[in-house]
Design a protein around this ligand. Sequence first.
Ligand SMILES: C[S@@+](CC[C@H](N)C(=O)[O-])C[C@H]1O[C@@H](n2cnc3c(N)ncnc32)[C@H](O)[C@@H]1O
Length: 329
Amino acid sequence: MGEYPVYDDGVYDAFDVRDERFRAYSEAIAGAAAGRVVLDIGTGRDALWAVAAARAGAAHVYAVERQPDAAAQARRTVSGLGGRVTVIEGLSTAVDLPTRAGVCVSEIVGNIASAEGAVTVLADARQRLCTTDCLWIPFRVQTWAAAVSLPAGGRLLASESLPYVEKVFAAVGRPFDLRLCLGGPAADLVISSAAPVESLVFDHRRPPPDADGTATARLTVDVDSARMTGLLLWSRIAVSSAASSREIDSLTGDTRGWAPVYVPLDPTEIRSGDHLEVTFHRRTSDDGIHPDYHVSVLAPSVEEPLVWSSPHHGGVFHESALHRELFPS
Ligand SMILES: C[S@@+](CC[C@H](N)C(=O)[O-])C[C@H]1O[C@@H](n2cnc3c(N)ncnc32)[C@H](O)[C@@H]1O
């Protein structure tokens, strides 16, 4: 959902939960904000990180939010903080600040880490809105991949997701094979080793991550034999570079902020010790912010690579058997 402007109270309520995501961000902000100008990109309805930064003694906080209703509510939320937080409505890529920020906080990390546009949005902030020695929260986001076997049957769209599916189709202008996340204990379905296919580090001492990129990963099957039905892609978030900071793993972690993306592939028999070569392409889409993805997988039992394409602005509808099953009409 985060790729599309479909946030509502139900989503913002989920972000308010005092979970691993909340604790990691709160600790990182408490350690970085004092005395500095802070930019909070995508402050959301409750301006969580802007309030945390002001309470931690930030010199000033600029909180930018693209959704007008959320920006208006955020402005009400920060009104009791003595003018130390300025809420700016708009896309961060289209606003200017009166002064550059020394800390940039954002939580525009997708279920595929780059999917909400973090690479392009934070590159723009680095160039125009932040100081050259800016501290970045989060510090590193990654996408990991592993092979999975999803049992046939019993697969349903979660009923609470249906209004958002409609909104995503409306945002794109038509139905398409949208990215799907697995609920439930997805880690139990994994049948191979796991490896990163994206690793995006935000650090003033290094060049910014490239907007477009290709990575390959080698996975080793670690069950006797199985029917591989697809891959899981999930994010890992190192909120701060401090040694004490724990990395959030969205596959196993205690957070509702993210869920693993299921990549359906043509089912393929695989055996223990087989190597799978995963190639992951990220390319900025036609909106200049959100990436399109293309994944291909080579397995010993297939001659042609198994492929998955997931453009940001849709692509086709009903191409995958899973989408035909879940969206019968
Ligand atoms: C995942 S929510 C996070 C909200 C809050 N910061 C938190 O972590 O709970 C992402 C928010 O960023 C906003 N957003 C995404 N990209 C943005 C951008 N480039 N400029 C301003 N707002 C953005 C969305 O509308 C949404 O409110």
